[in-house]
Design a protein around this ligand. Structure first.
Ligand code: TXA
Ligand code: MG
Length: 544
């Protein structure tokens, strides 16, 4: 649109008279109200109303509020005045409350974006009342901002958006409420709160009894959802800076925000809490004072942009009373993302699983895995760390010679065993060498699983207690089995003689060793079904 000259007017009789004259002629005038500044035009003049949409860059499907200066003016705008509207008007008009009522034909459809209802408000601001009275027009007026940005609460903020787009701006000082009016629909079966504002939900309930709260008040609308209040579907109230809403105690908020300190990082915090912050701050009222927060919020959002803030970490307000309106606007500014520092970060449960060879430990691990546990298998890790190219393999070559390598430089296990098990000294040397690598890899895998948010992590390790790895486990389970059963299982599994299996078993600790250390034992002396049900019980017990 071509820029026009914008007159800056004051709250004087001459300026009010001039502004009223402009309105009568179908021009656009920005007026102060107790909530936010409004971009006003004669609601009965279709061309003037259309110009509002153009000046704001407002989507055509978002209806406007019609403002009146006396209750007697209501009748002409609506088809009927329900009992609930009369009661609300008596209690809260003039004031920051808008009612949705059936639209009469005196209001053109463009005002309501084609809906058969109309939003009506009787503002308490004396300048708004004077303009309506003197112009003799019901005034259609959305907030006087460019569509999408925060509503203006000072004449300077209006001018920043609309200078050159309206005929006049009447300066009435800073708005008292600071957020747009409460919008309540009275056309359905039950009164419904569409937009929270200066008149609280409790105040509506005090007059009307039951009041439904539209989902859009605190929730993001689903794609394609039908909305009661079209204005709620747009990303609103957002400054250019990215707003990040953070819930938490003053100390937690400060610690979190201070850790983000960088160029362009600002905090919007409650008054009195700025001293704990090391980033530049804006304050918007005391933590317990929702009215002050409402009054200053939009001013601060715009101020943040003026200061060049890139990210604005904002202390999350309470949802009580007027706080619901503050929260509603901030949720939208933050695109519905809230970081909750109080939310318990449920950490992973780490279970150490051990037992002598052939006890059935792996079968238990399989059941836990089927329940979603992440398994860290020490035997597998022991194989992984001696893969070709691994530093552990290099260390083994250094200690035992290149004879332990195959021609392709992979580990020749048989050759290593021949050397390492030749004497107790050599065996000890092998253990001392490999264990640090294995433990480091297991710790790394554990950290990764925790970071990935695994609920249950099972560390399956024959040497759980000997290695000290049990100390990083929340609980430990040892699987034990009768000697005969283990013996035959080892022979069958590894294809070795009974004698060799017996020798291997003899090198392992006895049942008492495990019983003295484990949080819990599984005695695998029944059939497989019994073992499985014992494993299921472990899941119940851990309740990850
Ligand atoms: O405090 C206020 O209400 C300010 C001042 C200037 O009065 N005005 C204001 O207007 O906030 P605006 O246009 O920015 O917001 C009007 C809201 C929008 O969310 C719109 O969708 C809703 O009211 N609305 C208007 N007419 C409606 C209707 N017939 N049915 C449902 N919602 C309606
Ligand atoms: Mg608006």
């Amino acid at each position: 649109m071509n820029p026009i000259e914008t007159k800056m007017l004051k709250n004087t009789p001459a300026d009010i008279a001039l502004a009223a004259e402009l309105l009568k002629r179908g021009e656009l005038v920005v007026m102060p109200t107790e909530t936010v500044y409004g971009l006003a035009a004669d609601a009965r003049n279709e061309a003037a109303v259309a110009a509002i949409f153009t000046a704001k860059g407002r989507p055509q499907d978002n209806p406007l509020i019609v403002h009146i200066s006396d209750l007697s003016e209501l009748q002409a705008l609506v088809k009927s005045v329900p009992e609930a509207a009369k009661k609300l008007a008596a209690a809260y008009w003039p004031g920051p409350l808008t009612m949705i009522l059936p639209r009469s034909s005196s209001i053109p459809a463009v005002v309501s974006a084609g809906l058969d209802t109309v939003a009506v408000r009787f503002p308490s601001h004396p300048v708004a009342q004077a303009l309506i009275r003197e112009s003799g027009c019901p005034l259609a007026a959305p907030s006087a901002n460019l569509s999408g940005s925060p509503s203006p609460t000072t004449a300077a903020h209006v001018a920043a958006d609309l200078n050159g787009r309206v005929s006049a701006i009447v300066d009435g000082g800073a708005c008292q409420v600071g957020l747009e009016s409460t919008v309540v629909s009275l056309v359905g079966d039950k009164p419904r709160l569409l937009r929270p504002g200066g008149i609280t939900l409790a105040q509506l309930q005090a007059v009307l009894g039951d009041v439904e709260v539209d989902d859009a008040v605190t929730h993001k609308l689903k794609e394609g959802a039908v909305v009661a209040s079209p204005g709620m579907k747009y990303k609103h109230y957002a400054p250019k800076a990215k707003v990040v809403l953070v819930k938490g105690t003053p100390a937690a908020f400060a610690a979190f925000v201070n850790s983000k300190k960088a160029d362009g990082v600002y905090a919007l915090c409650f008054s009195g809490e700025e001293t704990a912050l090391t980033v530049p701050t804006l304050t918007y009222g005391r933590r317990e004072d929702a009215s002050a927060q409402a009054q200053q919020l939009f001013y601060c959002l715009r101020r943040a942009d003026e200061l060049g803030a890139k990210t604005l970490y904002t202390a999350c307000p309470s949802e009580d009373g007027v706080g619901l309106a503050v929260y509603n606007r901030l949720l939208r500014a933050a695109a519905f993302e809230v970081i909750d520092l109080d939310a318990p970060t449920k950490k992973s449960v780490v279970l150490g699983l051990t037992g002598p060879t052939g006890s059935g430990k792996s079968a238990v691990a399989d059941v836990l895995k089927a329940h979603g546990a992440v398994i860290i298998d020490a035997d597998k890790v022991a194989r992984d760390v001696v893969e070709k190219g691994e530093p552990c393999l290099a260390a083994l070559v250094e200690a035992f010679g290149t004879e332990i390598l195959n021609p392709d430089e992979t580990l020749n296990r048989r050759a290593l065993a021949a050397k390492a098990f030749a004497s107790d000294d050599q065996t000890a040397r092998l253990t001392a060498l490999t264990h640090p690598f294995i433990l480091a890899r297991m710790r790394k895998e554990l950290a990764e699983a925790e970071k990935a948010g695994a609920k249950l992590i099972v560390v399956d390790a024959p040497l759980l207690f000997e290695s000290g790895f049990d100390r990083v486990c929340d609980k430990t389970v040892a699987v034990l089995a009768p000697r005969e059963a283990r013996l035959s299982r080892i022979c069958a599994r590894d294809g070795i003689s009974e004698k060799a299996a017996a020798e291997r078993m003899a090198r392992q600790p006895d049942d008492e060793f495990y019983a003295a250390r484990a949080t819990r034992l599984i005695r695998n002396d029944g059939d497989l079904a019994a073992l499985y049900s014992a494993a299921e019980e472990i899941i119940q017990w851990l309740n990850p």
